[in-house]
Ligand binder design. Structure first.
Ligand SMILES: *[C@@H]1O[C@H](CO)[C@@H](O)[C@H](O)[C@H]1NC(C)=O
Ligand SMILES: *[C@@H]1O[C@H](CO)[C@@H](O)[C@H](O)[C@H]1NC(C)=O
Ligand SMILES: *[C@@H]1O[C@H](CO)[C@@H](O)[C@H](O)[C@H]1NC(C)=O
Ligand SMILES: *[C@@H]1O[C@H](CO)[C@@H](O)[C@H](O)[C@H]1NC(C)=O
Ligand SMILES: *[C@@H]1O[C@H](CO)[C@@H](O)[C@H](O)[C@H]1NC(C)=O
Length: 555
């Protein structure tokens, strides 16, 4: 194996004194070319840094690039995956989806969009494909230079390069979590079992009795797909979950209704029990979760909701049967808790989620404990002497991943340039520890899943650091229409590009047209509606009633 140590360019290792006053990072290594990796490359280029992105597979897109075979170290999804936040809410904040895209974008179109983004901003030139990052280590003079030695492997050849900063964009859907010891008897099972990561197409379930364990988004999707061909499908859930439909009240996309600044304010303002009660009421208005065996065990800790428009229809027609957790697995059957009957099972799919891991980083740099990586604002390891390593996209906002990761990258780039300063390590460590302890937010959503965070609040917080948070009060004077749309309307990505660093001129127009773009793709048959005579009559009566009322008052 040839190992060549690239001499860092003449400009990139200035004497310590110059470094301290300029505090300017130049060469940035980006690990992974998924949605966050692409955003990171773009942010670096825009701010005059030199990004090099290492992508292990042979193409960009990460999670969104479906392949027939599972690739090690890369997220793997099934062919039918559809985005779970709508296009206006989940696009890059300065790059709307094409107008004719559906509101919830299937993975193949999503990948096309990412390729358009890469082309538009000329990102491909910075990506080295088929290059695995083996290790990222501090350089000996890290305390002064903040530099990293990045060892990569490309076609069997190792290469070691020094970078001024590293942005880790590997996501959290690559290491399957399969706690087999919590399923007693699984090693005696004679049927087939696998992690949901292995699942690609439903034909393997033909005429089988299938058990899907775990009711997240993928578990639920898989159960429904299986039910089209399988003999019988069980879906086992320990904690239950709220299920919401992509199609919300009056048919609007759920997140355009749910994620507004106004609603967020109300949710944060009201006491948690009231919010819990209100949300439970709203959730049950579609179908009664108790009667469908889905009601979450702990209603005060609203887990990530499951996004599925079809599940109740499949439960009511008996195509999917909800079961509690597994008590015991036998050779050809499964016994569930609190149910006497043994159910024969041919295939078990474990949709039990993922664990976080950073195989190329030493524990002294970033340690994962109890499914949590201690990161300041979910981004920077707080104890490093220099803030030159950042993790992008390791949050689970109840909103869209793309604008979240993108805003993180925008802030990180400002920190790397020394424009935005981090607080001293002691303050950051304290903040991280408080976040870990304070598992409940006023929002009523839990931090039990350590990465979950309040979407709008989190992004606003990052935008404040880079001076790009829209100021609604001053806007109310200058542009009241826009201010009201920002406050009451969906918190779409473009809101994050209205002012300050990284401002996009098209943002205002994109916000004003968001509902047009949303409805244009579904309202594809337009009917001229004539106003009904009854409506006019009603209007006339209300006017008359008002007049009478006014008359009576003055009398
Ligand atoms: C090592 O990587 C650097 C930067 O990525 C590149 O310029 C150089 O050609 C590579 N060396 C070898 C031997 O591949
Ligand atoms: C609509 O969204 C709300 C959250 O804003 C949710 O509680 C409700 O269940 C959704 N309705 C449907 C039909 O999914
Ligand atoms: C749901 O059904 C249960 C009975 O199974 C009932 O007690 C409960 O009040 C119902 N909830 C709502 C919100 O209708
Ligand atoms: C969307 O799906 C991903 C992957 O299953 C999940 O991590 C994320 O929480 C989901 N988002 C929402 C808003 O449901
Ligand atoms: C929506 O469709 C109408 C009619 O087809 C068209 O006039 C309008 O420009 C479209 N709006 C957007 C935002 O595409």
């Amino acid at each position: 194996m040839a190992t060549s140590v690239m001499a860092p360019g003449p400009n990139s290792t200035p004497p310590a004194a110059v470094w301290l006053c300029e505090n300017m990072a130049k060469r940035v290594a980006i690990v992974g070319a998924g949605v966050c990796g692409l955003a990171s490359i773009k942010c670096c280029l825009e701010e005059g840094l030199e990004p090099t992105c290492f992508e292990r597979s042979d193409d960009l897109g990460g999670l969104w690039r479906f392949t027939e075979h599972v690739e090690e170290g890369r997220a793997s999804l099934y062919q039918s995956v559809i985005s779970n936040s709508s296009k206006e809410m989940s696009c890059y904040s300065d790059f709307p989806f094409p107008e004719d895209y559906p509101n919830y974008v299937p993975n193949s179109l999503f990948l096309e969009y990412l390729k358009m983004y890469a082309k538009q901003f000329d990102l491909l030139k910075c990506i080295q494909f088929k290059t695995k990052v083996c290790s990222v280590k501090k350089c000996p003079d890290f305390a002064i230079s903040g530099q990293w030695e990045v060892v990569t492997l490309h076609e069997g050849k190792q290469n070691s390069t020094v970078f001024d900063a590293v942005m880790v964009c590997i996501g959290f859907l690559t290491n399957p979590f399969l706690p087999l010891d919590s399923f007693p008897g699984i090693n005696t099972f004679k049927g087939q079992y696998f992690h949901s990561r292995q699942y690609k197409h439903p034909d393997i379930f033909k005429d089988k009795t299938v058990l899907v364990v775990g009711m997240g988004n993928s578990g639920t999707d898989i159960a429904i797909e299986a039910s089209h061909v399988a003999k019988k499908v069980f879906l086992s859930t320990t904690g239950g979950a709220w299920v919401i439909s992509r199609v919300n009240d009056s048919g609007y996309p759920w997140d355009m209704v749910f994620t507004t600044r106004f609603q967020n304010m109300v949710r944060n303002f009201l006491p948690t029990p009231i919010v819990t009660w209100l949300i439970a009421r709203k959730m049950n208005s579609w179908f009664n979760h108790t009667n469908y065996g889905l009601v979450p065990e702990d209603k005060t800790q609203l887990r990530e909701p499951v996004l599925n428009s079809e599940l109740p229809g499949y439960i009511i027609t008996g195509k999917v049967l909800i079961k509690p957790s597994i008590k015991e697995v036998k050779e050809k059957s499964v016994i569930f808790n609190n149910t006497p009957k043994e159910e024969p099972i041919d295939i078990i799919v474990f949709a039990t989620g993922y664990t976080i891991a950073f195989p190329f980083l030493d524990e002294s740099v970033l340690k994962v404990e109890d499914e949590q990586a201690s990161l300041y604002k979910y981004i920077f390891p707080p104890h490093l002497q220099k803030p030159t390593l950042a993790v992008i996209g390791l949050v689970k906002p109840l909103g869209s991943m793309i604008p979240t990761g993108e805003t993180q990258a925008r802030w990180v780039v400002q920190v790397l340039k020394g424009v935005s300063m981090l607080p001293p390590p002691s303050v950051m460590i304290k903040d991280v520890n408080e976040k870990k302890e304070n598992k409940h937010s006023g929002f009523g959503l839990c931090y039990c899943n350590a990465l979950q965070t309040d979407y709008i609040k989190y992004i606003d917080d990052l935008l404040t650091s880079i001076n790009a948070k829209p100021n609604l009060f001053s806007m109310l004077l200058m542009d009241p229409r826009l201010a009201l749309t920002l406050f009451f309307g969906p918190c779409s990505s473009y809101q994050f590009r209205l002012t300050g660093t990284g401002k996009w001129e098209g943002a205002r127009k994109a916000i004003m047209m968001q509902w047009d773009r949303t409805l244009n793709v579904t309202k594809t048959r337009i009917v001229q509606e004539s106003p009904s005579p009854f409506e006019n009559l009603l209007k006339l009566f209300s006017c008359l009633a008002l007049l009478v009322a006014v008359f009576l008052i003055f009398l």
